[in-house]
Design a protein around this ligand. Structure first.
Ligand SMILES: [Zn+2]
Ligand SMILES: [Zn+2]
Length: 181
């Protein structure tokens, strides 16, 4: 993230805290900074582990509570993920995600054309208040595709080798048969 963007986010956070009469405690500041610095959508546990290095006395419960507060304030968002854990996202403008089903990597996509014309069916629109939406493209990232291909090649090689060994055995026993005669 470029420094100007980071500065703008920090200022927005400070302003929202002032407006709500919330103290910008060191825990809140550090946890916000940790999420803001990352683009990989960390889980609450990952944020906690990083925050603990800077704030040795920090408890997991406090870290979780601060993350919920930041999400409430709207300075971080919660991104849906293929795993069970909520992932936190410093990007608050509308954006979409590539989701790797294997390594659970989440990559941001910002493209205004995406989702244009998306609307809830009338029946749901009456009872559900939409605040935002995001599109998730589920699949395999480049690294996981490479791994899958390598694994496939490995099994092909293995079956080739087994096939080869079988042929060699056949040939050897053929030779034995012939020498017996
Ligand atoms: Zn992957
Ligand atoms: Zn995101």
């Amino acid at each position: 993230m470029d420094p100007a963007e980071r500065k703008a986010r920090c200022e927005r956070f400070a302003r929202l805290c002032r407006e709500r009469g919330l103290a910008r405690t060191v825990q809140r500041r550090v946890i916000f900074e940790i999420v803001a610095e990352r683009t990989d959508h960390p889980t609450a546990d990952q944020v906690f582990e990083l925050a603990r290095k800077r704030l040795p006395g920090l408890s997991r419960t406090t870290a979780y509570r601060v993350l919920e507060l930041l999400a409430d304030l709207g300075v971080v968002t919660k991104a849906c993920s293929p795993g069970a854990a909520t992932r936190f996202d410093p990007m608050t403008q509308r954006h979409h995600h590539l989701v790797c089903l294997r390594c659970e990597k989440l990559v941001d996509i910002v493209d205004e054309r995406l989702g244009r014309g998306v609307a809830l069916p009338a029946a749901q629109a009456r009872s559900f208040q939409v605040r935002d939406f995001s599109i998730h493209f589920h699949g395999l990232c480049a690294a996981c595709q490479r791994q899958a291909r390598a694994k496939q090649r490995g099994t092909v090689d293995q079956s080739n080798r087994a096939h080869q060994r079988g042929l060699e055995r056949q040939r050897a026993s053929g030779r034995q048969e012939r020498s017996k005669r």
